[in-house]
Design a protein around this ligand. Sequence first.
Ligand code: ACO
Length: 428
Amino acid sequence: MAAKATLKFGGQEIELGVEEGTEGEKAIDISGLRAQTGLITLDPGFANTGSCKSAITFIDGEKGILKYRGIPIEELAEKASFLETAYLLIYGRLPNKPELDSYVDEVTCHTMVHENIRRFYDGFPKKAHPMAVSAAVIGALATFYPDRQDPSGRRDAEGSIVRLLAKFPTIAANSYKYSIGQPFVYPKNRLNYCSNFLQMMFANPCAEYEPDPVVAKALDLLLILHADHEQNCSTSTVRLVGSSLSNLFASISAGISALWGSLHGGANQKVIEMLESIRDGEGSAAAFVEKSKKGDDTTRLMGFGHRVYKNYDPRARIIKKSCHQVLERLGIHSKLLEIATNLEEIVLNDDYFVQRNLYPNVDFYSGIIYQAIGIPKNMFTVLFAMGRLPGWVAHWMEMHEDPQFRIGRPRQIYTGEINKKFIPIDQR
Ligand code: ACO
C-alpha cells in the first residue's frame, strides 16, 4: 500500500500521498492541498520543496554523493569526456563509440557563429562583464534560429541544443577577446572541444597557440564536474522560464544570469578575489574566517557552504586533487593554493563552521586551476556556465516531456496593507 501522510487542521483531517524516489528519498505530495483545505505551503528559498520529479541527477548532501544518470561523479571524472557527459545527461544513457563520434562531429561542425553575431559585441562597453555579454548573445541566438524553438518538438530542440553546445565556447571566447581589444579568433574544428576554446581565447592573428593537452584535459574535467546539479538556482530558473513555453535560447540566457550571482556560480570569481586580498595583506586567513562568522552576507567565506551538501562537496574533493596535479605538471607554485589550503584547515577545525556543516564547495578550488591555465578572473563564471549547459538543457527537455508539465507559478502569503484608500496626489 502506498504510504500516506495525515494532516490535521481546523477540525479537518486529510490524507496526502507520499512519493518515493529510486534512491529512497520521500516527499509528501501537497499538489491537492489547497483544493482540499484552502492552505498553501510556505517555504522561503524552496529549501524544503521538490518542484518536480527528475531522473537526471541524484545528490545525497549528507553523505556527499553526486551521480549523473546513476553514475558516480568520481567515475565520470576519471573516465568520461565532457561531450560524452553532455550526451549522458541529455539522452539519459552513455553513447556507444559511433554515437559519440557522430555527436562530437555534429557539435564540432556548428562552432562558428553568424558574422552578424560577431558585430553585436561592438555595442557593449569594453568593461562589460563576459557573463552579461554571454547571456545577451545566447538570448540573441533565438533571432537566428526562429524555426528551431518549439519546445514540444524534440527534433527542433535537438538542433538548438547542438548549436548551443557548439557556439557557447565561441561566444564566450569572443567576449573575452572583445574585452581586451583583440580580434576574434575563429574556431578550429580539427581541435577537441576544450583545446578549441583555449585557442580561441589565447591565439591571435600574429601568434598561433598550441593548446597544451594537460590544460585541455584539466578544463574538460572542470566542465564535467559542473555539468549538472539538479534543481539549483540557475537550473530552476531555466525550468521556470521554459515552463511558460519560452524558447530554449531565452531559457538558457536566463540561467546564465541566475548563475552569475555571487551566492551561486559567481562565487568562483569571488573566491580568488578573497584569496588575493589575503595574499595582498588585507588580513590573514584567520582574520578573514573570523570576519565571515559575523552573519553578514557581504563577508561570507566564499567557496564554503552549500544548500544541499552538509558534507564535503564531492566535486571540491576532485577539483582539489586536480588542482595539485595540474599545478605540478605545469611547474607552477601557487601562493593562492597555499592560502586556500590553510584557510580550509582553519575552517574545518572551527566550531562555527563545524556546527553549520560548512565545507568547501565546487567553487573553492576551481579558480586556482583556471588561473593556473591563464583564464582571467571575469571568465571563471562563464566557464561554469559552459559546463552547466548540458544540465540546463537536460532539465529543459525533461520538463517538456513530463506528463505532469504545467507552467511554474508559486503562490505567496500576502502581508501587505488591506483596504487602503486612494489619496489624490494633491492631498498626499
Ligand atoms: N561563510 C560564513 N557563514 C556561512 C557561510 C559562509 N560561506 N555559508 C553559510 N553560512 C552560515 C549562515 O550565516 C547561517 O548561519 P546562522 O545559522 O547562524 O544564521 C548558516 O551558515 C546557514 O546558512 P544559509 O545562508 O541559511 O544557507 P543557505 O543554504 O541558504 O546558503 C549558500 C547556501 C548560499 C551557498 C551559502 O553557504 C553561501 O553564501 N556560501 C558562500 C557563497 C558560495 O560559495 N556560493 C557557491 C555555492 S555552490 C554553487 O552555487 C555552485
